[in-house]
Design a protein around this ligand. Sequence first.
Ligand SMILES: NC(=O)c1ccc[n+]([C@@H]2O[C@H](COP(=O)([O-])OP(=O)(O)OC[C@H]3O[C@@H](n4cnc5c(N)ncnc54)[C@H](O)[C@@H]3O)[C@@H](O)[C@H]2O)c1
Ligand SMILES: [Zn+2]
Length: 380
Amino acid sequence: MSNENREIVEVDLAERSYQIVICTDELSQFAGIARRWLDEFAHWKSETPQAMIVSDSNVAPLYGQTVLENLRNDGWRVELFVIEAGEASKSLASTGKIYDALVESQADRKTCIIALGGGVVGDLAGFAAATYARGLPLIQLPTTLLADVDSSVGGKVGVNHPRGKNLIGAFHQPLGVFIDTACLQSLPERDYRSGLAEVVKYGVILDAEFFEYLEEHVDRINGMNPEVLREIVSKSCRLKADIVEEDEFERSGLRAILNYGHTFAHAYETLCGYGELTHGEAVAIGMVDASCLAEKMGRIDTHVVDRQKKLLEDLRLPTVLPENVSLSPETVLSCMKLDKKTVAGRLRFILPTRVGHVEVVPDVPEKVVQQILEQRLSRK
Ligand SMILES: NC(=O)c1ccc[n+]([C@@H]2O[C@H](COP(=O)([O-])OP(=O)(O)OC[C@H]3O[C@@H](n4cnc5c(N)ncnc54)[C@H](O)[C@@H]3O)[C@@H](O)[C@H]2O)c1
Ligand SMILES: [Zn+2]
């Protein structure tokens, strides 16, 4: 559904269904829409809705005041709680601070948590919302491209344990997701490009036509054209929502295809020094690796690999590891075997069969993976 400058994606999850609104420069419309979402539930409806905005130290100074004032003008009782920006804040310690602030502000079961920020804020505030008083209403207000197209959709919330990323978490679907693509203007360029890697991923795994759309609109994507941004964000949300609707709690295995490129990517992220690669950059390289693997196994021809490389390069994403990173195939292999998604040491990959379709391949011979790594790590 859409009007001229707004797209709406409906996520159909029975009583947990919700809307994703995608607009540009409409933060001032947020309160009205959020109130409508709350009003749909008799037990949350209130003349004076209560909310706590959770944001981080980069995003709060940019958009915190606008959202706060917009809600107050609409009659909400609302506070802003700010955490330090960065992945380190996705912790139980920060969750504890949010609980403290909720107690302090005499929050009750009607208090709505509004997550204003990237995936870190969304996952953390979402986890606090899932657990405080056995569950508070949550609204996602994502401000990074990764959060727009990935983390804010699907209901996975959680924090890191010192021994493992995303080890503590829950499924907690939001009441709604409000995406204002104008927020991306202030995003560091590298974070924008990282988000684009996940957008390309949706095209490869699910939708050849969308992949083609991306190929045809490279210049406007690079120029952050508002109309094209709304289109790629809403299409990505729709594609992710389709998967989540089929496999909300990650039981059927379907949700696994969203991990295309991620087995390689996680190994690179773990093995490269901090800050060397963003998640999206690692995914871009990992998708090309997975495609090379598929080609080697006779599942696709070179053309499918080359189209992905070309699109990723046009979007200024890397397709091989940076020159200064030197990893041996053995190190990468053993890291992949430790991946929590690896079952009994068997190497499982999501591999394309063509642009727009992938399959889960459960038992890829280690030797073939080794050969691909040798070839790819030596940048041949
Ligand atoms: N729940 C899920 O399904 C899911 C899926 C994918 C990723 N994630 C999680 O998402 C997190 C990564 O999210 P991310 O990439 O958005 O990182 P992030 O939240 O750390 O944001 C990246 C940086 O951009 C800043 N920022 C955010 N919005 C901005 C804006 N509009 N203008 C200027 N600066 C801005 C942030 O302060 C931060 O410094 C990871 O923790 C990952 O595990 C979760
Ligand atoms: Zn990812």
